[in-house]
Design a protein around this ligand. Structure first.
Ligand SMILES: Nc1ncnc2c1ncn2[C@@H]1O[C@H](COP(=O)(O)OP(=O)(O)OP(=O)(O)O)[C@@H](O)[C@H]1O
Length: 258
């Protein structure tokens, strides 16, 4: 991929659900290798955006290209992207190892590579000892870690993460943050939607704030803080509240170091 091709390019995306305008002319251009922190209050349109960018849903108007591939071309898009949705698709009857084997098979990862990657990730995320237990018996955090692994197993160029540290203990949350940085260092792009502002401050190269289906701020965390007229010394939380009209406070976990 030429370095000038944006990893994600969305032009004037609009999406309604009945009378509800979820996205109202959203345009984004994200360079490859960027960790892009995507913020916004509840109902701002973050999940809708991720579903459009991953081709799971179609816009009423506007266009999406990921690594130069149109999001309407799901077959070409699928190998290039990984998506960890808010409610990850896991089979309760499978063990974590079976789930990951299944996904590796769907993704056509060669068997030996798949085995190596699965075992490495299970170790990294402290799941190896429980990897043969049914997912139905897993805690929320264990499920979240399994789902994260399944979203990255095929080494995607662009990784879309919806609240990836939700329900994780500090060690696991740190592991995910480190993985995000590792992916970006290796040239991948990470689109990270979260309410946990400290995660964004720790890992994001660029920050965007969505409010009522529109971007109300975009830039580095410092730029967003400066533009929010809260001053560069203010916290990202202050800037978030300023650019979203103080309409809604972030979740209570927004200031925690998860
Ligand atoms: N399937 C749907 N049917 C009807 N309305 C929907 C649907 N999905 C989203 N919406 C509406 O679109 C708007 C944006 O929702 P979306 O889930 O994208 O927000 P979000 O920023 O991800 O919110 P949260 O932070 O609470 O997860 C909301 O007003 C929501 O009620």
């Amino acid at each position: 991929m030429p370095s000038t091709t944006p990893a994600v390019e969305a032009v004037d995306l609009r999406k309604r659900y009945g009378d509800e305008v979820a996205l109202d002319g959203l345009s984004l251009s994200i360079p490859a290798g960027t960790v892009y922190g995507f913020l916004g209050p509840n109902g701002a349109g973050k999940t809708t955006t991720m579903r459009l960018l991953t081709g799971l849903s179609t816009p009423d108007s506007g266009s999406v290209r990921v690594c130069g591939v149109s999001a309407t071309d799901r077959r070409s898009l699928a190998p290039r992207i990984g998506y960890l949705p808010e409610t990850p698709p896991l089979y309760d009857e499978f063990s974590a190892r079976e789930q990951l084997d299944y996904v590796a098979d769907l993704r056509d990862i060669p068997t030996d590579d798949a085995r190596d990657r699965i075992e490495t990730y299970l170790e990294e995320f402290d799941l190896a000892a429980d990897a043969d237990r049914r997912l139905g018996t897993y805690s929320k955090g264990m499920r979240q870690k399994t789902a994260f692994i399944q979203s990255v197993l095929h080494d995607p160029d662009v990784l879309f993460l919806d609240e990836p540290t939700s329900g994780l203990d500090p060690r696991a949350a740190r592991r995910i943050r480190e993985s995000v940085v590792d992916f970006a260092d290796a040239g991948a792009t990470v689109f990270l939607s979260t309410h946990i502002l400290s995660v964004v401050e720790a890992v994001a190269d660029e920050v965007a704030v969505l409010f009522d289906g529109r971007l109300v701020a975009e830039g580095t965390a410092d730029e967003v803080r400066a533009r929010a007229e809260t001053g560069a010394s203010a916290s990202l939380e202050d800037a978030f509240l300023a650019v979203t009209g103080d309409a809604e406070r972030p979740e209570s976990d927004a200031t925690q170091g998860a």
